[in-house]
Write a protein that binds this ligand. Structure first.
Ligand SMILES: Nc1nc2c(c(=O)[nH]1)N[C@H]1C(S)=C(S)[C@@H](COP(=O)(O)O)O[C@H]1N2
Ligand SMILES: [Mo]
Length: 456
């Protein structure tokens, strides 16, 4: 642009000496406008900015609208289940639960996560992760269907349109970021510069903001295009919205065929993903899920999140020297493993459901009720929340605070056995928490201290 600006145009008349900026002749803005006008009048440069560059006969408002409406529904469910997952972590309960202490107003909707139904998180997070994976082909197809608009000429027509293009940058960037971080986390591939939770949470708000703007600007057009049906409008018509090629190549597939292929892609992903949230023998159908951490059959033969070795649990931490310290109401008591086993043992049939999308089928846990442990230090009917600490040194999931309602649920146990056998070291021997309805991360393993009434 600068080069244009300084190049004397033919109409400038005899060359003149410039004594200073805009010493004479038209003002700088006027010349800039003239230069831009002549550049735009010359039309788009060769390449993707020319409408005839895009030859697919499939692109058009109907196909884009179908993908767009599918994404509108899907992303809405992803957003809601994502917010639910965030609430399930109970970040407001205690600093140790909070992965995003700077959230401010973005935590406005938080509520106390219930313990019933006991499979609640298994469903909300299974839907979140499975749907996210299943929507990938739809997202890619939608981006493909509108790609000519990325190169639209002129790039900017008005300040309002410039603003809209910036919002599209946030929309496409935000979608890419949320899908990428989500899928990397599901694959247990932690390559993030920082915590997954922080990135995925703030990214979601940026994405959903841009998404809302986009829906507000485009929903009516999309509905109109759906109503009009798959017949292509004229390329330069208003309804074509710049999506229809003026020089289409011969079709190799119909628009419905293309839709079908995207649908089949999503269906295939569903089939190879959903099994990890259903758990049990369906886990084998989840061929895309990471399978590195499943012990063989047997009572302890279900998925492990972190092995004892991977988080540095030493034999001495869980051996004969292990104690369970229970504190609260100004009292404290220390239990050996043998003493813990002498307390009344209760049972609960509960799954483990991880934020990463995998769940186990219901497992048969047995151990001591959290309320019975609170009673050891004299806490009665209205047992307060509890800070659970493990022998694990460091790591953001080595301790957690469980809410009063979670503690008071009779199914909430400090488990010592599963499916009839002593807990394996990798599942949290000597003792671990198991709470109905909660994310797996709240089921702390290798527990050594319970402090009732404490927040951090
Ligand atoms: N001390 C400790 N407890 C922990 C974890 C951990 O890393 N350290 N991981 C949690 C997470 S994220 C999950 S999903 C469950 C998994 O339990 P499992 O490995 O027995 O299946 O344990 C939870 N308890
Ligand atoms: Mo987890």
């Amino acid at each position: 642009m600068d080069a244009n600006h300084h190049r004397p145009a033919a109409s400038d008349g005899p060359a003149r000496t410039q004594t200073g900026p805009d010493a004479d002749g038209p003002s700088r803005p006027a010349r800039l406008r003239a230069a831009l006008a002549s550049a735009w009048a010359a039309g788009p440069p060769r390449g993707p900015s020319r409408p005839e560059f895009w030859r697919s006969p499939l692109r058009g408002p109907w196909l884009t609208a179908v993908f767009g409406i599918a994404l509108l529904l899907g992303v809405t469910v992803l957003f809601v289940t994502g917010l639910l997952s965030y609430a399930a972590y109970e970040p407001d309960l205690a600093a140790v639960n909070d992965q995003t202490p700077g959230k401010g107003l973005l935590g406005f909707y938080l509520f106390s996560w219930p313990t019933s139904p006991y499979w609640l998180y298994r469903v909300t997070q299974g839907v979140h992760v499975t749907l996210g994976v299943v929507l990938v082909p739809v997202l890619l197809a939608k981006l493909w269907s509108v790609i000519p608009k990325l190169f639209a000429w002129p790039p900017v027509r008005s300040p309002a349109q410039a603003l809209e293009r910036v919002s599209l940058l946030l929309l496409v960037g935000g979608a890419g970021f949320e899908f990428a971080t989500g899928i990397l986390n599901v694959q247990l591939h932690y390559v993030f510069p920082g915590s997954f939770y922080t990135l995925h949470f703030y990214g979601a708000w940026v994405f959903i903001g841009a998404f809302a703007v986009h829906v507000a600007l485009r929903l009516r057009r999309a509905v109109r295009a759906l109503r009009a049906g798959p017949r292509q409008p004229a390329p330069d018509s208003e309804e074509a919205a710049g999506l229809v090629s003026p020089a289409p190549a011969a079709p190799t597939i119909s628009r419905r065929g293309a839709l079908g292929m995207v649908g089949l892609g999503s269906l295939a992903l569903l089939v190879v993903t959903a099994g990890q949230s259903i758990g049990g023998r369906f886990r084998r159908t989840a061929v895309l899920a990471p399978h590195g951490q499943e012990p063989d059959a047997g009572p302890n033969g279900f998925q492990i999140n972190k092995t004892a070795a991977s988080v540095g649990i030493r034999p001495s931490d869980t051996g004969p020297a292990w104690r369970l310290t229970v504190r609260g109401a100004g009292r404290q008591t220390d239990l050996t493993y043998a003493r813990l086993l002498e307390l009344p043992q209760n049972e609960a049939l509960l799954p483990i459901a991880c934020v990463e999308g995998w769940s186990t089928a219901d497992q048969h846990w047995s151990g001591v009720r959290l309320t019975d442990l609170a009673a050891l230090v004299g806490l009665g009917a209205d047992t307060p929340q509890v800070l659970v600490e493990s022998v694990q040194r460091g790591g953001s999931f080595s301790s957690v605070v469980l809410s009063g309602p979670q503690v008071r649920d009779p199914r909430s146990l400090l488990a010592v056995r599963v499916n009839g056998a002593v807990l394996s070291l990798d599942h949290g021997h000597p003792a671990r928490v198991i709470v109905p309805g909660a994310p797996g991360v709240h089921n702390t393993k290798w527990v050594t201290r319970l402090t009732f009434g404490e927040t951090s």
